[in-house]
Design a protein around this ligand. Structure first.
Ligand SMILES: Cc1cc2nc3c(=O)[nH]c(=O)nc-3n(C[C@H](O)[C@H](O)[C@H](O)COP(=O)(O)O)c2cc1C
Length: 216
């Protein structure tokens, strides 16, 4: 069983999302014998942004790509392979300006690839190829955006921005653990938020472990 663990916070030990994703992955490691973890820190290894060359190469059929085009797509090819060979996906990130950090957007832009992570059919329909991966998003937010708890509750653009591209890739029912409020609140509310997030992560781990055990 292979898990890909991706962090996007540029903070190191002080990062809430990194702390929560490490907690989740450690919990799984204890309960899934032989679990292999492929770790990627997007603040250290930041994916390239989409360039003009990338935009051209990605929509050129594989058989017609020049060597230069192949080189342009190399990072993306390797990233897609890493994700496709994983059984479990854990993506952790802070909320930035109501959406995701730009490093995670660059990660998505490198991951959505025709006839690799999704297929484009002759009738114009598409199907995603990440249908077998269990996928968890852990997000850390400074404010409490749960409905009715903040004047900004309706402005959560992060959840839909994650759901749409991954649904396109075949991830129909991802898990979400949103830790909030972790900054714009008092200490008691922050501690409660972390406790709530850990308890939600325990529940997801329990569900994943039980479902993996049923398959074996
Ligand atoms: C540049 C920046 C933008 C932020 N934007 C938001 C925001 O829109 N909404 C929010 O609730 N918190 C926002 N925050 C707060 C972070 O989401 C919060 O501190 C989170 O816990 C950081 O996660 P991390 O510790 O894993 O980096 C922002 C923080 C930074 C540094």
């Amino acid at each position: 069983m292979r898990l890909m663990h991706v962090d996007a916070s540029p903070k190191r030990q002080l990062s809430n999302s990194k702390m929560l994703s490490a907690y989740f992955v450690e919990t799984l490691k204890k309960r899934i014998p032989g679990l292999t973890v492929d770790y990627l820190d997007l603040s250290v290894e930041t994916p390239p942004h989409v360039s003009g060359d990338f935009a051209k190469a990605t929509y050129t059929p594989a058989a017609e790509r020049t060597d230069a085009m192949k080189k342009t797509l190399e990072y993306s090819d390797q990233l897609c392979a890493r994700v496709l060979m994983s059984d479990l996906l854990v993506f952790a990130m802070p909320m930035y300006n109501f959406s995701m950090p730009s490093s995670f957007k660059a990660f998505i832009d490198n991951l959505v690839r025709t006839n690799l992570t999704y297929n484009f059919h002759e009738d114009g329909t598409t199907t995603g190829n990440l249908t077998r991966q269990k996928t968890l998003f852990i997000t850390a937010r400074g404010a409490d955006l749960r409905p009715g708890l903040s004047p900004w509750s309706h402005m959560d653009a992060l959840t839909p921005a994650l759901k749409s591209p991954f649904a396109f890739l075949g991830v129909e029912n991802p898990w979400f653990v949103d830790a909030q409020p972790l900054q714009f609140s008092d200490q008691v509310a922050r501690e409660e938020a972390l406790k709530r997030a850990r308890s939600e992560l325990d529940a997801v781990a329990q569900e994943w472990v039980a479902s993996i055990a049923r398959l074996q």
